[in-house]
Design a protein around this ligand. Structure first.
Ligand code: ADP
Ligand code: MG
Length: 243
């Protein structure tokens, strides 16, 4: 359903993504692990053109975007098919929890206001923050802010949800509630590509784990293979360091 071919990104003379090929099936939950500076965030960012790749083809369903010829309308269409959960939440500070959820529904997905409002109400109940609908991000805990960040992505009902280390900016006390919410999203078979340092979580929810290093996919397979019997020395060495 999703296919990525030859995705390449350079910053100046540095090649950060070195021709990534990746297929993701509908409903598949894929976790990406790997050392920092290896291109994990850049991969996610290129998939919805927060960063513009130099080369490569991204196909989501019936939409094909070739970096060589990408037009603004195709980039917008790609953004409509993806949602993004940021490490640092990236909520709009001047909007309430409710408005943070309706914003992209109205501006990107062009939903009527009443429909967006109803969707935000339902999501807020689902993520257990109905009582915070009118609160601004500054009045919420880190865990609550990231639950809004995830709720905002859930509301879009996108073909692919991209999550970039959604728990790594959180104080330890808030990690559990955010992992619980992501587990619920994963249980619904939302197609997701998640960069995470939470190895136990990746083992639990992922259908497939990808180990990336130096802008390339080094190894991928079911969690049992990657975590218990890695085939590549680099995967083994990384896992030894983080355990
Ligand atoms: P990871 O998420 O795996 O830690 P990143 O994708 O953030 O890695 O970064 C990969 C490499 O690209 C790093 O060397 C980083 O310094 C570089 N990089 C990322 N974003 C930019 C940017 N906007 N400008 C220049 N270099 C960047
Ligand atoms: Mg990163």
């Amino acid at each position: 359903m999703i296919s990525i071919r030859g995705l390449t990104k350079r910053f100046g003379a540095t090649t950060v993504l070195d021709g990534i090929d990746l297929d993701i099936a509908a409903g598949e939950r894929v976790a990406i692990i790997g050392p920092s500076g290896t291109g994990k965030s850049t991969l996610l960012r290129c998939l919805n053109y927060l960063d513009r790749p130099e080369a490569g083809v991204i196909r989501i369903g019936d939409l094909t975007v070739d970096a060589a010829t990408a037009k603004p309308a195709q980039i917008l269409a790609l953004r409509r098919r993806t949602s993004f959960v940021f490490q640092n939440y990236s909520l709009f500070a001047n909007k309430t929890a409710h408005q943070n959820i309706t914003e992209a529904l109205i501006t990107v997905q062009r939903k009527p206001r009443a429909e967006a409002d109803a969707r935000a109400d339902a999501i807020l109940r689902e993520i257990g923050l109905a009582d915070k609908a009118g609160a601004y991000p500054a009045a919420l805990s880190g865990g609550q802010q990231q639950r809004i960040g995830i709720g905002r992505a859930m509301a879009l009902d996108a073909a692919l949800m991209l999550l970039d280390e959604p728990t790594s900016a959180l104080d330890p006390e808030w990690v559990g509630e955010v992992l619980d919410l992501m587990r619920r999203v994963a249980e619904r078979r939302q197609t997701m590509l998640i960069v995470t340092h939470e190895m136990q979580f990746a083992r639990e929810i992922a259908d497939r784990v990808i180990f990336m290093e130096g802008g390339r996919i080094v190894e991928q397979g079911p969690p049992s293979q990657i975590f218990d019997a890695p085939q590549d020395k680099r995967t083994e060495s990384f896992l030894r360091r983080v355990r």
